[in-house]
Design a protein around this ligand. Structure first.
Ligand SMILES: [Zn+2]
Length: 136
């Protein structure tokens, strides 16, 4: 191409004229696209902490989208997937422990009531005895 400032023939890929230093038309073009925002990856990472199952789904979509966005949000998507999976595993373990403890407590309470039913010195046992003597 020809320099618009000095008229010298210069390389088509030159950003600046090597003769006069003037900028060439291509130097005004954006050489690389600005990094795109991977909104799904951002939403997925945030929701991973609050609603892990939704965070996991959005992070998977974000990871999928990042392939068409020059890898934008890829790390964030992977972080969102890892965090949501870890939190879901913790939640499952918590529920299992909670149910086991609840069953233990209910068993202990049931045992306690069973023992008291046969002991007239307790309110429960006394009530059971009185109830047994009632005709209705
Ligand atoms: Zn020039």
């Amino acid at each position: 191409m020809t320099c618009t400032n000095c008229g010298q023939e210069i390389s088509d890929s030159a950003y600046v004229c090597p003769y006069c230093g003037a900028r060439t038309p291509i130097s005004y073009q954006q050489p690389v696209a600005p990094p795109a925002n991977n909104d799904m990856a951002i939403a997925g990472l945030i929701l991973a902490f609050f609603i892990p199952i939704v965070g996991l789904i959005l992070s998977c979509i974000g990871l999928h989208n990042s392939k068409q966005m020059n890898g934008a949000g890829r790390g964030m998507s992977i972080a969102g997937i890892v965090i949501s999976v870890v939190l879901m595993v913790f939640a499952i373990i918590f529920v299992i422990v909670y149910v086991v403890v609840l069953i233990e407590v209910l068993n202990a309470v049931a045992d306690g009531i069973g023992d008291q039913l046969n002991d007239p010195n307790t309110y429960v046992g006394l009530a059971a005895m009185v109830r047994a003597k009632l005709p209705f």
